[in-house]
Design a protein around this ligand. Sequence first.
Ligand code: ADP
Ligand code: MG
Length: 310
Amino acid sequence: MLRIGLLRTQKVVEMNLKINKLKVKVGGPSFASSYAKATDDKKAMEGKEILKGVDLEVGAGEVHVVMGPNGSGKSTLAQVIAGNPMYKVHSGQITVDGKNIIKLSPDKRAKLGIFLGFQNPIEIPGVSVFNVIRKASQSQVGPASSFPPVSAQLKTKSVRNGKSSVNLRAAGSPSTTVTQFRQDLLKYASSLKLSSDHLSRSFNEGFSGGEKKRNEILQMLALSPKLVILDEIDSGLDVDGLKLVAGAIKKFSILNSQSSIILITHYARILKYIKADFVHVMTDGKIVKSGKQKLATEIEEKGYQFVNSL
Ligand code: ADP
Ligand code: MG
């Protein structure tokens, strides 16, 4: 398999991610500003260690599931891989094809092909779905700073929401014309049963929970990332919504067989549709157990206590 070097071209054909002894605290560069007006409680979080030595290797084309109790650090791990400046990596490494990416900005990581589907997608009032995805797609070719408006808006929203969210969108095929791009998006939107006016709606504003999740998947389909991280994409979906979203992820993984997927979930039910190569359990900032798909069903049946008892 041809692999293009990370630093030469800023684009890899496939992605091998290696996380080594990763320790992360709350309190990256954007923490102070976002909590400048926050309560003492929030401020007291600064410096709190959330990830306490995570090891994880994700090879090209692999599907990894990460499960774990609420508050164990799953979303933080996702955010840190994508480069959210809310967090400070104080020890350990995240490498892509052997190159440390910790110093890369979220936009540069997105350009490499890292995509994060948020647990709580952000709203951008006044900016259409089409424009957000188009800009993200275009930014794959230009320098990372080509499209400050979108990234600036996303960062503004992240401050308002108090957590997560920077511009983490990777990009698809930059050479397509606007018309082709719109046609592709319409096709994807329709396959996700999103309404015909979806592309002109204000980004996530007034969307139902299910629409927000499907909108994350729409971006994934449009941008063809090399590493997809989906944070609780299946939470809050009804049976039909789950089938739809899981079906889209499955199709994506078949069409993009070299793309890797990290699926953060509480439920084994999505694994009826998508086959996991590995299942990991995270507890208190560490991956404490890894196994095959069977581990997910066992956890669902017996709870996380089961892992502790092994
Ligand atoms: P999970 O996704 O597994 O439920 P999270 O990664 O969201 O867990 O959170 C892990 C812990 O870190 C929680 O105690 C959460 O409150 C804390 N945390 C995460 N992000 C922040 C942040 N930006 N500011 C303060 N605390 C945070
Ligand atoms: Mg979470």
